[in-house]
Unconditional design. Sequence first.
Length: 264
Amino acid sequence: MLLWVVLVLDLGVSAVTLPQITDEKFIAECVEEHNKARSAVKPPANDMLYMSWDEALAITARAWGKHCDFKHNVHLREVGRMHPTFDSVGENIWTGYPPNNFSVKSAVQMWVGEVQDYSYEENKCTDVCGHYTQVVWARSYKVGCAVVHCPHGVKNFHQSPGAIFVCNYAPGGNIRGQQPYATTGNPCSGCKGECDNKLCRNPERESRKSYNWAPGWDTDGPRSSAAPTNTFLDVLIVRPIAVILTCIAACVVHYVYPNLFCYE
């Protein structure tokens, strides 16, 4: 009876399902939340490009997310290691516990919330604000994101089961000494294309491409964040013990901190 209960608990932990990078709803949410923030910048921008989805950036985001490590990609500054065509790539990371608490909207809004610590006029931060400035970097017009389930916790964050959400941007922003966007003139006056909700749009620039590509450092290759990887022995012996210990720790943490999250 105890074994059956443990197995049910184990299956419950393993059953966490998060959207894949091919999920159209997930893609639409990522694009929408970023462009919503870009349209709303104050003072208004005159050169803000509409941000569209890029498959290769999402592949890279997933590859790094699989490390379940709360730190920036160590290959971020290496040309050709983050994207097959873009030389510069930016990155934002969010992580939280439990994994089912994740939503694209809440994660992106946390980054955007840093606007309160950013002065456009002085181009300075009173606290962390680089996630915000990357989201609204006018010349970053491609985004690719991935969320990964980390059943054994996220390194440099917490050992309880969690989720890590990575977004990559191209061309990369946060160039030292530059403001994220320009403000001289009316919205869209500083960029070409159709003006849609204060964003410059261009069908060719926004077209989605398919890439038969993976970063060379991704030795594991693509893997579903919720793909079953249990062996029979793992399910019957190892994982039940781990689940019991995890549940005890999770109950304690959840009692003290009902919702934990952070971003890098």
